[in-house]
Ligand binder design. Structure first.
Ligand code: PLP
Length: 460
């Protein structure tokens, strides 16, 4: 979870209790001891229900015996066969599983150990694709504001997340940046209905402005996670983006690190939009946090060019295709399939939203409840009619995170979703296999924490 600098000069004017020092550092956090299913216990014996799977990672809950046994079995044979020497059963099985889940022409992958590496590989695959075709002028990326793609320099460059980038400005790639596509907060001049088209047009205008021969790829999150708070692409938007990318020879990259692997009720998040990207990043839910694993998945078009000209992708790392990590991914994905967990997530989306709405009924500060599958956010606003956010100085999202934690709930509040500074959103991303009673506990504790904070700060 990211921690944000706290500026004493901006301290809230309210009489709310001060935030504990450890909210800004990892120095004095409680020690985690053990976990089972949806519950985590710290070293003092305090129990927390995991309402967000940490940062939308632990999608089948904790300490699953079947996954642990599969990892142990792999470790007893070999932990890691180096990618230039060996393939493995685990790697090949995982590749088949992902191919079947993706369908279409997304058949090729570079395995990595996390989301940033996955995005980094996506960017490099796109660059290599154009290089393989002799189009070395296509070097520029287009990305969106209010997006998060990761902490490595390339991934950070394409991210639109002010707080997390500030310290590194000056060393980042020069990237074209577009408005976020958000029906709750449409771009000026657009309505909820026209927001998608307006944002797609912005993409086309920017390609034409820069010159298509200079554009490498457009990268976006189909459902924006930490930077926006579960903001799904407006209806029709992804399809228009697909058309525009095809028209101008631009590679379409879907960052599904947070929203993919079933989190949104389909294995690929863009499946719901009826769109196949050229390249896609997946990580968090792939091995559900049992071991670090991610992948950059690319289609036949990209593979044909790269494999034809260079033989293989020029990206990857020492731990690419790490055998035990792949074994963890296989075990997790088998459970997700066998227990029909993605079907469960899709079927329960409406119920989860309704539960949140009911638990927060009458709370004036609730502006929007949105998202897909088990990736649902509540946006808190100072004025429901105008959608004006609370001033960032209140640190509302941080207070909710702390209050929830005190109440024994792990959730994922984020800030700055409106303009990079202001905005407060609380994300819930429960394990796909959380029981109905656990879902109720998660929602009730989240709503109680939000109400407590609003009351204490005098904001609602
Ligand atoms: C959409 C998205 N892309 C990339 C990343 C980076 O992933 P990681 O933190 O595993 O490097 C994240 C992390 O939150 C993410 O949400």
């Amino acid at each position: 979870m990211a921690f944000f600098p706290f500026n004493k000069a901006n301290a809230p004017m309210s009489t709310a209790k001060p935030l504990p020092a450890h909210i800004h550092s990892t120095g004095s956090l409680p020690k985690v001891a053990w976990a089972k299913g949806s519950y985590v216990y710290d070293a003092d014996g305090k129990r927390y229900i995991d309402g967000s799977g940490g940062p939308a990672v632990y999608c089948i809950g904790h300490s699953n015996t079947e996954v642990n046994d599969a990892i142990k079995h792999q470790l007893d044979r070999i932990a890691h066969g180096y990618r230039y020497n060996f393939s493995s059963d685990a790697l090949e099985e995982l590749t088949e599983i992902i191919r079947a889940r993706c369908g279409g022409t997304l058949k090729h992958m570079v395995y990595v150990t996390g989301g940033s590496e996955a995005v980094e590989s996506c960017l490099k695959l796109a660059l290599q694709y154009h290089a393989a075709r002799g189009e070395m002028s296509r070097r520029r990326f287009i990305a969106r504001e209010r997006s998060w793609h990761g902490n490595t320099l390339g991934a950070l460059s394409v991210s639109g997340f002010l707080e997390r980038k500030k310290a590194f400005e000056g060393s980042l790639l020069d990237v074209s940046r577009l408005s976020p596509a958000n029906v709750y907060r449409p771009v000026p001049g657009a309505t909820a209905e026209t927001a998608g088209e307006a944002c797609a047009k912005e993409l086309e205008d920017e390609i034409i402005r820069v010159g298509p021969e200079r554009i490498c790829a457009f990268i976006f999150e189909p459902v924006v996670g930490a930077a926006g708070g579960c903001v799904p692409a407006p209806p029709g938007y992804a399809m228009r983006v697909r058309d525009i990318c095809d028209r101008y020879g631009v590679i379409m990259i879907s960052d599904e690190v947070m929203s993919g692997a079933g989190r949104c009720g389909t294995w690929r998040a863009l499946e719901a939009d009826g769109v196949e990207p050229d390249i896609m990043a997946v990580a968090k839910g792939l091995a559900a946090g049992y071991l670090p694993l991610g992948a950059a998945i690319y289609n036949d078009k990209v593979a044909d060019a790269i494999h034809g000209a260079h033989g293989a992708p020029m990206t990857g790392h020492t731990f690419t295709g790490h055998t035990a990590c792949c074994a963890a991914g296989v075990a997790v994905q088998k459970i997700v399939k066998r227990e029909k967990l993605i079907e469960r997530v899709a079927a329960n989306e409406g119920k989860l939203k309704a539960m949140i709405a009911e638990a927060l009924a009458g709370v004036e500060a609730v502006g929007d409840i949105r998202g897909r599958g088990y990736f649902i956010a509540t946006e808190l606003v100072a004025d429901r009619a105008t959608r004006k956010p609370f001033d960032a100085s209140h640190k509302l999202f941080m207070r909710v995170r702390q209050q929830a934690f005190d109440n024994g709930l792990i959730c994922y509040p984020v800030g700055g979703n409106v303009d990079g500074i202001n905005g407060d959103v609380v994300i819930l991303a429960p394990p796909y296999n959380a029981s109905d009673a656990e879902l109720t506990e998660i929602v009730d504790k989240m709503a109680a924490s939000v109400k407590q904070v609003l009351k204490e700060t005098g904001l609602g």
